[in-house]
Write a protein that binds this ligand. Structure first.
Ligand SMILES: Nc1ncnc2c1ncn2[C@@H]1O[C@H](COP(=O)(O)OP(=O)(O)OP(=O)(O)O)[C@@H](O)[C@H]1O
Length: 333
């Protein structure tokens, strides 16, 4: 579906202006090879500045690599970047282009631009708005929505038009748990029902894990590990950080919730119970069970937000970077 070979991209050094310091050249893609198989959900993970967005912008024909090849469905996108629009749906990190449109019009217009006739575009618009729970916001311009709402509307626009490849750069940024779950479900549905291939940039490995088939970890422009989530987890720290924020009194009469509080209270210095916020470090399985507990039943009504934060993942990047020799042996790209 998507093949990358020897991709190199260096942002040139910039001279400082008016006393601002000069910035050195950055080799944001440093010889990347990648194979994304048709029908898989492929995740790109990595710390800030690792080169994830730079990589996907080259895959989507928006940024020209200095060296290397990018092929999507047999098309050479380095030579023919204009073909990308026909092959893939792309959600970038910031999508200001749609800001003036209403949610409904953003989805419909994108569908029309992707070649659907009016009737089909409207049908897809209505389906995706329903699927992502955007009904109440459909008539509002994106620029008047909250950050998370706007992001969800941009996801809706990216999903219309049945492209065989979806490239989503941090699709759930700023979203609440309900919206995030709707996005992962929508991604999963497209893969399961339509065989769509999805390339997903995300920081949230555990949350995305339910939909990811394979994951590449990027660090300083290089792929330092590439494997299934299970294989990757075997390399990574065995704990994740779970933050729960309660809007009301947590239902301590639910034994699992009471146990979580005890675990939070017993936690190490930086974690614990701070007002309505509980921070826990748990093995991934226990974190998933905890999320199942707090997002179902009576606990969900009292829950304001939850985050599966990435410190464990950041620890992993550091660990992988710290033993680069070992990490190289683990690459199964
Ligand atoms: N337009 C640009 N000009 C110069 N340097 C850039 C430019 N865009 C990105 N960089 C640099 O290239 C490197 C990779 O950036 P990139 O945005 O690809 O990282 P990322 O992995 O997507 O990060 P994040 O998780 O923060 O989105 C960083 O060091 C960044 O500072």
């Amino acid at each position: 579906m998507c093949t990358v070979r020897g991709l190199v991209k260096t942002y040139p050094a910039a001279r400082g202006r008016r006393g601002a310091p000069a910035t050195p050249a950055v080799r944001a893609s440093d010889g990347i090879d990648l194979d994304v198989v048709r029908g898989e959900v492929f995740g790109l993970l990595g710390p800030n500045g690792a080169g994830k967005s730079t990589l996907v912008r080259q895959l989507t024909g928006l940024l020209r690599p200095d060296e290397g090849r990018v092929r999507v469905l047999g098309h050479d996108l380095v030579r023919h970047p204009e073909r990308a629009a026909r092959l893939l749906g792309y959600l970038g990190q910031d999508s200001t282009a749609l800001d003036e449109l209403t949610v409904s019009l953003a989805a419909e217009t994108t569908a029309r631009l992707r070649g659907l006739d009016t009737r089909a575009a409207r049908a897809e618009r209505d389906a995706v708005i329903e699927e992502l729970g955007l009904g109440e916001l459909a008539g509002r311009p994106l620029k008047k929505l909250s950050g998370g709402q706007r992001r969800l509307a941009c996801v809706a626009a990216a999903l219309v038009g049945e492209r065989p490849l979806l490239v989503l750069d941090e699709p759930t940024t700023g979203m609440d748990p309900v919206a995030r779950r709707a996005v992962w479900a929508a991604v999963d549905r497209r893969r399961a029902e339509r065989g769509v291939t999805v390339l997903l940039v995300t920081h949230n490995v555990i949350e995305a894990e339910t939909v990811l088939d394979r994951v590449a970890v990027l660090d300083r422009g290089r792929v330092i590990a590439c494997d299934t989530p299970t294989g990757l987890k075997a390399l990574v720290a065995d704990e994740v950080r779970l933050e729960l924020v309660w809007r009301a009194e947590p239902p301590l009469d639910v034994p699992e919730v009471a146990d979580l509080r005890k675990a939070a209270e017993a936690a190490r210095s930086a974690d614990g119970v701070t007002g309505r916020r509980w921070t826990l470090r748990l093995p991934p399985e226990a974190a998933r069970a905890a999320i199942a507990t707090v997002t179902g039943g009576p606990a969900f009504a009292a829950l304001d937000d939850f985050t599966l934060a990435t410190p464990s993942l950041e620890d992993v990047y550091i660990a992988l970077g710290g033993r680069a020799e070992g990490a190289e042996g683990l690459v199964k790209a």
